[in-house]
Design a protein around this ligand. Structure first.
Ligand SMILES: Cc1cc2nc3c(=O)[nH]c(=O)nc-3n(C[C@H](O)[C@H](O)[C@H](O)COP(=O)(O)OP(=O)(O)OC[C@H]3O[C@@H](n4cnc5c(N)ncnc54)[C@H](O)[C@@H]3O)c2cc1C
Length: 311
């Protein structure tokens, strides 16, 4: 967050009819912008008191303002042997593994999320095996005992100073840094997709709220055409799009409707799976469910109302 951002925030505050509602996930970024903007006209003591009353610790801003505009990273609010960015499956398992190998390491996981999602479980949700709720757990319950959870987002990295800067300009120092913030999904990469996701028979297993809808669609389809797609790398789990196909094929076989359902699998790449040894077994499932396999077919646009897609 740069001083220019704070200046723009100030312009918005003075030009908009009040009261102005600033919104971000936790309020920290809004409070940071407000504090940086207000530093020109208010005492830091008053800024800290106002933000503290709203539940935000802006002491990092005070250090930034005192140092003339950039966050000083020579010292930090906290220091750990290992800092892990992200408390997903990777972050939590790295922390647990390190702790087991070397007792006494000081480890911190930095993650602003309240909820940890066990994403591979969504495959089981779309197959009707798991409830979606069983894949969502409070983050605090999964952080290994003895590991410090810093509930904040990393805003920038300062590798030369062995430091990360959090939202609100707090500084955390480390001896070793592990970065695992996951992948950000690009829903807008497919034209028309966001308008129709969750309705018109269009779904994705890559979202917690949509995985149950996939299972609903599988259960309600008795005849017709089911199109499964797999985008090019990088994607989360190269197997996930196919697992949806195989589990759906299994459900339709059990219900005795498989012969009335035309399955098509459009894969953006030219191979069923990157690990060659698995391919023959997967091909057997493609054959078993009579699926038509289209390599180098990437979904680029979708018209949900018309039930048409462009690959
Ligand atoms: C349907 C589906 C099926 C899958 N099946 C499999 C499977 O069978 N096998 C397999 O190995 N993998 C599978 N995957 C891939 C699976 O998602 C990953 O293996 C794993 O869940 C990814 O964990 P992660 O910790 O890297 O990322 P995530 O679980 O996405 O966690 C990233 C965390 O980083 C945090 N974060 C993001 N930005 C910041 C920041 N700036 N500061 C601090 N924290 C931040 C987020 O809040 C989040 O909690 C599947 C994925 C899906 C969607």
């Amino acid at each position: 967050m740069q001083d220019e951002d704070a200046a723009k925030f100030g312009e918005a505050l003075s030009s908009l009819p009040g009261p102005v509602l600033a919104y971000c996930r936790t309020g920290t970024r809004s409070a940071t912008l407000w504090s940086l903007h207000s530093a020109a006209t208010m005492s830091m003591e008053d800024i800290l008191a106002a933000t503290s009353a709203a539940g935000h610790d802006m002491t990092g801003i005070a250090r930034r303002v005192a140092s003339g505009g950039s966050t000083p990273t020579e010292t930090g609010g906290a220091r750990f042997d290992v800092v892990i960015v992200g408390g997903g499956a990777s972050g939590v398992s790295v922390a647990a593994s390190l702790q087991t190998r070397e007792y006494g390491l000081s480890i911190a996981i930095i993650d602003p999320a309240d909820t940890h999602y066990y994403q591979p479980g969504w495959t089981m949700v779309v197959g009707g095996v798991f409830n979606a709720e069983s894949t969502a757990n409070p983050m605090g319950a999964l952080i290994p005992g003895g590991v410090t959870w810093i509930k904040s987002a990393v805003a920038s990295f300062e590798p030369e100073k062995d430091a990360v800067v959090l939202d609100g300009c707090r500084v955390v120092k480390y001896d070793r840094l592990v970065v695992c913030p996951g992948l950000k999904l690009d829903w807008d990469g497919v034209e028309g997709l966001t308008d129709t996701l969750g309705r018109n028979g269009v779904t994705s297993n890559y979202r917690y709220d949509l995985a149950p809808y996939t299972w609903e669609l599988v259960q309600s389809l008795n005849k017709g055409r089911a199109l499964f797609t797999q985008p090019p790398m990088p994607i989360k789990c190269a197997g996930a799009p196919q697992k949806a196909l195989y589990l759906s094929g299994d459900a339709w076989t059990r219900r005795g409707v498989i012969d009335d359902i035309e399955i098509e699998f459009c894969n953006a790449v030219g191979v069923l799976f990157g690990v060659k040894d698995y391919v023959p077994a997967l091909e057997r499932y493609i054959d078993k469910y009579g699926a038509q396999l289209n390599f180098f077919h990437n979904l680029v646009a979708i018209d949900g109302e018309a039930k048409k897609s462009l690959v």
